[in-house]
Structures are given as structure tokens and as C-alpha cells.
Write a protein that binds this ligand. Structure first.
Ligand code: SF4
Length: 324
């Protein structure tokens, strides 16, 4: 849950999720839709699916208990090298390394690991190797956590507090007066900006949500219908769902970031032009009060609930203000 998200924002979701699924067995027994609904609001549903698949794999292959062996841990869906190292060292006291962003910074500076010279892949290999050599001794879990904490609080990316650093005397970057050279900054992709038109269609007090098609710019399990422009949106609603609508002028605008994209969203209130309710199984009508039980994307949540980053709720639809 914490990937790309602050602890304070995650806590209420975490508590609700644990209350709903208090054990690996209850999580494994749940339907995917229930798990995604409990995850709704956190976005990046791939993580929730992996967690669910991981719980099922544990029940099927390990009687619902996490194995101690790091190699077996890494066979569980959703568990990569970092998570396997964290579980093995913190939960089982095994001398397994972990390298996250904070550890990478500390080790790159401490040992002057030159990512520019080595290249990204060799730098990573070297950092894991160093972390593996260091995590010896009686409390590997504490050691790993201390290393992460050192990176988070002392060896910060900007303004490292070398004066109070417990490993300052051994730090190669410091002795070379070249701290800013390490670690090599990761190349960041410039997010692509996309214009998105979304439709808020309300019928008998319920709002229309669809399972996004492959071409949809939104990435949730259920979303307000969206397309790359108003005309496209109208034809998508007709072609995919058999819905004929009149698209109103935009009543709100939002900016929403998802990993590699910045979406500029225009919200169109829509009126159904005939009595058809849509023929596709990929759509549903949801009452505003029930939105919390449905897995929707962050962008859809923003559109339906209003947001400080936007210019209003969904105007004449009446959706949003009540639940903002
Ligand atoms: S001495 Fe400074 S740069 Fe080196 S590890 Fe400590 S905080 Fe980081």
C-alpha cells in the first residue's frame, strides 16, 4: 500500500483492509471484486491483485503460512527481491539484504559506487552485493531497518547530515568531497500529457460506470466513461455500450497524474437520449452512497467527489457535492 503513497494517507485504508481481511485465509477466500473494492481509493490495482494472488498461493502451497526460504518467498505473486529480503530479515531474522531507494543512496555514497561508470544494471548488482556483505550479525532485520532509516533521516538526498552520521569516518564520498556525485540520478521519464473527456451520466440518481476498454485513458476497475475527446467519447458510448447521449459543456476540469501520464480531464454532464440502459456487461449504475463499495480509479473518484485541484464538482449532475 505504501508504494507511491504517504503513510498518513494509507493508514485509514490499511486499518479498513485489515478489519475486512484479518488473515491470509480470509483474503484468499475473498472474491477479487471484494478485494479491489476494499482497495478502492489507493489506485494501482495491480498491487491489490498481486496481494490477493499471493494470499491464494500461500494457502494452496504453504498452508497459509509465509515460508522462511527467500527463494520460496520470491515465488509468491507480488513478492520481489526487496520484499523477500524484508520478510526474511525482519520476520525470520535471516541475513538477507534489501536495497530500496534509501539504502541505495547510503551505500552508493559510503562506497562511492559510480553508477555513471558502471551502468545501471552493474550498479544495482554491486549495491545488492554490498548490502549482502553488510547484513551479517545477530539482528539482520534491525540492521536493514537501520540502514533504511539512516538514508531517510541522515543521509538525505538533499542536505545529508554528515556531521551526525554514525558512518561518516568510513564514507568514501565524504572523504573525496564528492557527495553530490552519488548516487547517479535515475533517468526520469517526462510524463506525457493527455486531454481526456469524461462523461457523467446519471439515471434515477445513479451514475454510470464502465469497465474501461483497452483504449481508455483511465486505469481503474470501474470508471466514468472516458476518451481522448468529446466526439470520441460520444461514439465510444454508442459503440461499446449502445448508449446514445447528449454531451453537455464541461462543468469541471481536473488534473490527474498516473505514473507516466498527466491527464487533463474535462467533465461533461450527459443526458441519455433514449430509454436504453446500455447493453454491455461492462457497465453498471451505482448510487453515490454505494461508491465506497466499488473499486474505482483515483481519477474517477476525483471526478465524482470533487477535488481541491479541480474547478468544481459535477455541476448539474448533482453527483459530487453531497459526497465531497
Ligand atoms: S557521511 Fe554523509 S554522505 Fe556519507 S553516509 Fe553519512 S550522511 Fe551519507
Amino acid at each position: 500500500m505504501l508504494q507511491q503513497t504517504r503513510v498518513a494517507a494509507v493508514l485509514p485504508y490499511y486499518e479498513r483492509f485489515l478489519a475486512r481481511f484479518p488473515s491470509i485465509a480470509t483474503l484468499a477466500a475473498a472474491e477479487e471484486e471484494q478485494v479491489l473494492a476494499a482497495w478502492s481509493g489507493l489506485g494501482y490495482y495491480r498491487r491489490a491483485r498481486a496481494l490477493h494472488a499471493g494470499a491464494r498461493s500461500l494457502v494452496e502451497r504453504h498452508a497459509g503460512r509465509l515460508p522462511r526460504d527467500p527463494a520460496l518467498l520470491r515465488e509468491i505473486p507480488g513478492i520481489g527481491r526487496y520484499t523477500a529480503g524484508a520478510i526474511a530479515s525482519v520476520a525470520f531474522g535471516l541475513p538477507e539484504p534489501i536495497v530500496d531507494g534509501n539504502v541505495r543512496r547510503v551505500l552508493a555514497r559510503l562506497f562511492a559506487v559510480d553508477g555513471l561508470r558502471l551502468g545501471r544494471a552493474a550498479e544495482q548488482r554491486r549495491l545488492w552485493e554490498l548490502a549482502g556483505q553488510l547484513v551479517r550479525g545477530p539482528r539482520p532485520g534491525d540492521f536493514n531497518q537501520a540502514l533504511m532509516e539512516l538514508g531517510a533521516t541522515v543521509c538525505r538526498s538533499v542536505g545529508p547530515a554528515c556531521d551526525i552520521c554514525p558512518v561518516a569516518d568510513a564514507c568514501a564520498a565524504r572523504s573525496r568531497r564528492a557527495i553530490e556525485r552519488y548516487p547517479t540520478p535515475a533517468a526520469r521519464a517526462v510524463p506525457v500529457e493527455r486531454q481526456v473527456a469524461v462523461a457523467v451520466v446519471v439515471r434515477r440518481g445513479r451514475v454510470l460506470l464502465e469497465r474501461p476498454g483497452a483504449a481508455s485513458p483511465l486505469r481503474g476497475t470501474w470508471d466514468v466513461p472516458a476518451a481522448g475527446g468529446a466526439d470520441l467519447l460520444r461514439s465510444e458510448l454508442r459503440n461499446r455500450h449502445g448508449l446514445s447521449v447528449e454531451l453537455g459543456e464541461p462543468v469541471a476540469r481536473y488534473t490527474h497524474g498516473i505514473l507516466d501520464q498527466v491527464l487533463r480531464i474535462q467533465v461533461h454532464p450527459c443526458r441519455l437520449l433514449d430509454r436504453t440502459v446500455g447493453r454491455s456487461g461492462d457497465l453498471r449504475w451505482v448510487a453515490p452512497a454505494s461508491l465506497g463499495e466499488v473499486a474505482v480509479s483515483g481519477a474517477t473518484r476525483k471526478v465524482l467527489h470533487g477535488s481541491s485541484s479541480g474547478s468544481g464538482s459535477c455541476g448539474s449532475t448533482g453527483i459530487g457535492r453531497k459526497n465531497a
